[in-house]
Write a protein that binds this ligand. Structure first.
Ligand SMILES: Nc1nc2c(c(=O)[nH]1)N[C@H]1C(S)=C(S)[C@@H](COP(=O)(O)OP(=O)(O)OC[C@H]3O[C@@H](n4cnc5c(N)ncnc54)[C@H](O)[C@@H]3O)O[C@H]1N2
Ligand code: MOO
Length: 405
């Protein structure tokens, strides 16, 4: 039997980062930059008003008081719109809007609240400080300054900056396109009636949702029955759009373990037992002309889901250039104990919380059975019980994988 770490190393060695492509800004959201981005213009791009009010020469309004206002003729309006910079001679004012370019000659904006709001002339009731309410060209960033380095994941905040700089597209690693299929003649699509011996397909939905949460693009293929030829045909059809394939079911030692039988003589897929619970039977390799990586996960729903988090998620992160490939774990103290099997690393379903005093706690929310899917629904974390531990006492501190994206 392989250890989890050995299998993870084999998987990561078989996965390549996807080649960079240019993506439109919103499509690049969530992806990793493959270029250093430098500001291509100054921000603000020109001196502009920070308040709605009046552009003036400050020297004209020194000494303005509520009981001794300075009155200036208003010679025009400066809206925030396209147009040449206006000129403001001394002794006059212009009505100006937030974001509008400061007329040449003006050095101050008086907020409308400090005035009588006049249109032909304005009474200014307060003396401004120097450079008041002007946002200067380049005070945010100057053209040529770095904005983001290759390797940065584009979140909404970085998208805001790139859009403000007028970037239409950026070079990123694309989201992996992941084909997800479930195998098993007992499986039915949700919405279909169940007959004796049949169950609903949970895995292709769970895995497709997990792919999406990881930043990939899932293509959920319906259920494929236990028939080698059908399975191979579907796989061949799907390969054209796949950067990665995930199957579930049919990999243990049953007489109808289709995936294992079908892939035995195709590609490089290696079927192994990994010393973990759940998730013991695993398969990984590449198939097709493009050497597309494929994970064949075990069929039990919790086994498939845990396998995704332990092996597939790091692979997706590597394809997307997200580091570290393995998401860091956190440490938490368990409020209750349970048993684990020595020789296998256990991933136990937990509710993770942070107590008012800041301490991280976990509480078991499920038995260990890999068919107990509703226990998975209650969990937001997996506690990792080392291979040599047979009993976890209440109060023990463990490494914990958080499941929320
Ligand atoms: N004799 C042995 N039997 C089993 C072993 C073993 O070592 N020796 N390993 C067990 C372990 S551990 C696991 S995990 C499973 C893995 O089996 P398969 O990957 O071949 O999966 P199936 O047999 O197809 O299904 C297992 C179980 O899960 C249900 N299932 C499958 N697909 C779905 C789905 N899409 N949605 C919901 N439920 C699904 C299926 O009906 C079975 O109940 O093998 C053990 N057996
Ligand atoms: O190893 Mo299986 O995945 O426990 O049920």
């Amino acid at each position: 039997m392989r250890t989890v770490d050995e299998h993870l190393a084999t998987v990561l060695a078989g996965i390549r980062e996807l080649p960079p492509i240019e993506q439109r800004l919103l499509d690049a959201h969530g992806c990793t930059l493959c270029e250093d981005v430098v500001a291509n213009l100054d921000l603000p791009a020109f001196d502009n008003a920070a308040m709605d009010g009046y552009a003036v020469h400050r020297a004209d309004v020194i000494g303005a008081r509520p009981n001794r206002p300075v009155v200036l003729p208003v010679v025009g309006d400066v809206p925030a719109e396209e147009g040449p910079v206006q000129v403001l001679p001394a002794g006059l004012a212009m009505r100006i809007m937030t974001g509008a370019p400061i007329p040449s000659g003006a050095d101050t904006v008086i907020p409308v609240e400090w005035t009588d709001g006049g249109i032909a002339k304005v009474a200014i009731q307060r003396e401004p400080g120097p450079n008041t309410f002007i946002r200067r060209r380049g005070e945010d960033v100057r053209a040529g300054e770095p904005i983001a380095w290759a390797g940065t994941r584009l979140d909404a905040r970085k998208v805001a900056v790139l859009a403000a700089l007028g970037r239409e597209a950026v070079v990123v690693r694309p989201r992996p396109r992941v084909v997800v299929l479930s195998t098993g003649s007992e499986l039915r699509e949700p919405g279909q009636p169940l007959s004796e011996g049949t169950i609903y397909d949970a895995n292709s939905f769970a895995l497709a949702a997990a792919v999406r949460e990881a930043g990939g693009i899932p293509y959920r293929v319906g259920v494929v029955p236990d028939d080698e030829q059908r399975f191979l045909r579907v796989l061949e059809e799907q390969l054209v759009r796949a950067d990665l394939v995930i199957t579930s079911g049919g990999v243990s030692v049953g007489a109808y373990d289709t995936v294992k039988l079908a892939l035995q003589h195709l590609g490089t897929v290696e079927f192994t037992k990994v010393a973990m619970q759940p998730g013991m039977p695993q398969g990984f390799g590449v198939i097709g002309d493009d050497e597309t990586p494929i994970f064949t996960l075990p069929g039990n729903p919790v086994s498939a889901f845990v396998s995704f988090h332990v092996f597939v998620l790091p692979a997706l992160r590597k394809m997307m250039g997200v580091t570290p490939y393995v998401r860091p774990t956190v440490r938490a103290t368990t409020t209750a104990g349970w048993r684990s099997s020595v020789g296998r690393r256990q991933y136990a379903r937990m509710a993770y919380t942070v107590a008012p005093d800041g301490s991280a706690l976990v509480r078991p929310v499920s038995g260990a059975g890999s068919h107990l899917v509703t226990g998975l629904g209650r969990a937001n974390a997996l506690a990792i019980v080392p291979e040599d531990v047979g009993e976890v006492p209440a109060g023990a501190t463990l490494e914990v994988m958080l499941l929320d994206p």
